[in-house]
Design a protein around this ligand. Structure first.
Ligand SMILES: Nc1ncnc2c1ncn2[C@@H]1O[C@H](COP(=O)(O)OP(=O)(O)OP(=O)(O)O)[C@@H](O)[C@H]1O
Ligand SMILES: [Mg+2]
Length: 242
């Protein structure tokens, strides 16, 4: 088991944003995490990535208890995450942003730059390498986030709506990028509202509602689950697999 999150809760005051969530991920999986706005998906990612301390629960990664570890320790052990609102360094170039990720594995500047260039090539950002990050639109920033995380050589990537707000053509490119990342041997958890993305990329889906997992299984089964339809999808949703 690569990741075991047991009975994880995160409270803000008396409000439990994550309420006893369990998540178990095998190495090599690509898992979808869906659910309505405010269900606690991003908060759960914050807990898994060490960006927020959990209130209760335990998180084990590759046999190590990382429940109380810092975000830096999470990155070092191989957990990388993107943010729903891209966290780019605006006054740095695209290449420099990716180098921030690369420095985790390559302390020497030239090595970090060389590695970052490879990642920039892989993620389709080569034409923008020397542009300011602030010159990118939302789709570019989302891609840059993926590139920065990828440059840190994660074993597990948590993508928080990294494919949202794209045109159909950009979405196709982004889906093939995620597939390439998966083929590199990286395990993925993908939070996404676009069901087409979930149906195309994942073989297993968990549905979050009010801070915990209310359903899990194959995407084609989960979208037919009455509890999932009631909490999230609504009626009239037509499941597709791309
Ligand atoms: N730092 C915080 N302080 C207080 N409440 C918070 C904080 N972060 C999140 N919340 C609340 O926790 C709940 C879960 O939010 P979260 O962002 O995790 O949901 P989500 O499932 O990611 O939703 P979306 O699909 O809209 O991104 C929401 O009610 C939100 O307002
Ligand atoms: Mg969110």
């Amino acid at each position: 088991m690569l990741l075991e999150a047991r009975d994880v809760s995160k409270s803000f005051g008396s409000f439990r944003a994550v309420a006893g969530a369990n998540l178990f991920i095998e190495e090599g999986e690509i898992v979808g995490l869906i659910g309505p706005n405010g269900a606690g998906k991003s908060t759960f990612f914050n807990c898994l990535a060490g960006d927020m301390p959990v209130t209760t629960g335990q998180i084990i990664f590759d046999g190590h208890d990382i429940t109380r570890a810092s975000p830096e320790a999470h990155a070092r052990i191989g957990i990388g995450r993107t943010f729903q609102l891209p966290a780019t360094f605006e006054d740095m170039t695209v290449l420099e942003n990716v180098m921030v990720g690369a420095f985790l594995r390559y302390p020497h500047r030239d090595d970090a730059r060389e590695h970052a260039r490879k990642i920039i090539e892989l993620t389709g950002l080569a034409a923008h390498a020397s542009n300011w990050a602030r010159s990118l639109g939302t789709p570019g920033r989302k891609r840059l986030e993926i590139a920065r995380v990828l440059a840190s050589k994660p074993r597990l990537m948590l993508l928080d709506e990294s494919l949202a707000g794209l045109t159909p053509a950009e979405l196709r490119d982004a889906i093939s990028l995620v597939k390439r990342i998966h083929e590199m041997g990286i395990t993925l958890v993908i939070v996404e509202h676009i069901m087409e993305v979930i149906m195309t990329l994942t073989r297993r889906v968990l549905v979050f509602n009010q801070g915990h997992v209310i359903a899990s299984g194959k995407p084609e089964d989960v979208v037919r689950d009455p509890a999932v339809i009631a909490a999230y999808l609504g009626h009239g949703h037509v499941p597709r697999r791309g």
